[in-house]
Design a protein around this ligand. Structure first.
Ligand code: DGL
Length: 271
């Protein structure tokens, strides 16, 4: 039976442009859907703020999207998910999908060396994340790498590759790269600089994220709730035409244009 909400858009939010990495993955699976992307740029970064502040900002972002009329919500931010997903789920009837660092995926690779989890300080401190890794610490050596300041560089100096490379070089300077097997990108912003991270690490180390898993989970949930619009695309045919409406908190300052540019780099054109 068709759900009457099937034609409604899917809401996606992040503290800024990071969630675009998730949206790109989702669009490759669900290009027939409409999306509303909310970047809470005014309050970015979330990851160095106290948990109760991030919780209330995330609840407000979800409320904002809910009032626009959405059939499902993707919290395209590990930090907001860890701080607020359970509250947001209690407040809304639509399905809410969140993000978490892909630690299970990393452990499943059966690495011989260490697993490094790069994430915001708040994600790594959160109860939710600590519960998650407690299931895996007996299976692998997991090192937490809080990256305070990196989201700000990605938000403000995205085109300054030198600045990004210097930050990453100092982050990994005290680590023996030969001891690392997998690096988990536990913040959606870091996926936007995956190439730079891989360059610093060299070829042997797996660099993974949870974006594809999140996109698949969203598709499954929409299918189960009879909320899926039209055809399910298995193999994306690029360039894709996407229907995305953007909302940016604060003065925006070219954020929408950057979001569109990032999608375009993935072969996705916003109509
Ligand atoms: N993109 C967000 C995440 O995945 C974090 C950004 C921030 O610190 O604002 O955690």
């Amino acid at each position: 039976m068709k759900n009457s909400k099937v034609k409604l858009p899917i809401g996606v939010f992040d503290s800024g442009i990071g969630g675009i990495s998730v949206l790109a993955e989702i669009l490759k699976l669900l290009s027939h859907e409409e999306f509303i992307y909310f970047a809470d740029t005014l309050h970015s970064p979330y990851g160095i703020k106290p948990e109760n502040i991030v919780q209330s900002l995330s609840i407000k972002a979800a409320e904002f999207l809910s009032l626009l009329g959405i059939k499902s919500l993707v919290i395209a931010c590990n930090t907001a998910t860890s701080a607020a997903i359970s509250n947001i789920r209690k407040m809304h009837t639509f399905p809410v999908i969140g993000m978490e660092p892909a630690v299970k995926l990393a452990v499943d690779l059966k690495p011989k060396g260490k697993i490094i989890v790069m994430a915001t300080p708040l994600t790594l401190k959160s109860k939710k994340f600590n519960e998650l890794i407690s299931h895996y610490t007996h299976l692998a050596e997991i090192i937490l790498m809080p990256c305070a300041g990196l989201v700000e560089i990605i938000e403000q100096d995205y085109s300054d590759r030198r600045k990004i490379e210097n930050y990453l070089a100092s982050l990994f300077s005290s680590r023996e790269k030969k001891d690392i097997s997998v690096v988990v990108l536990g913040c959606t912003h870091y996926i936007l600089i995956k190439e730079e991270i891989m360059k610093i690490l060299g070829g042997e180390i797996h660099v993974i994220d949870g974006n594809y898993g999140t996109a698949k989970q969203l598709r499954t949930v929409l299918q189960n709730e009879c909320l899926l619009n039209n055809t399910v695309i298995e193999k994306p045919c690029l360039p894709l035409k996407a229907q995305v409406k953007f909302y940016i908190s604060g003065n925006g300052n070219g954020v929408e244009a950057r979001c569109k540019q990032l999608l375009q780099q993935e072969g996705i054109i916003c109509e």
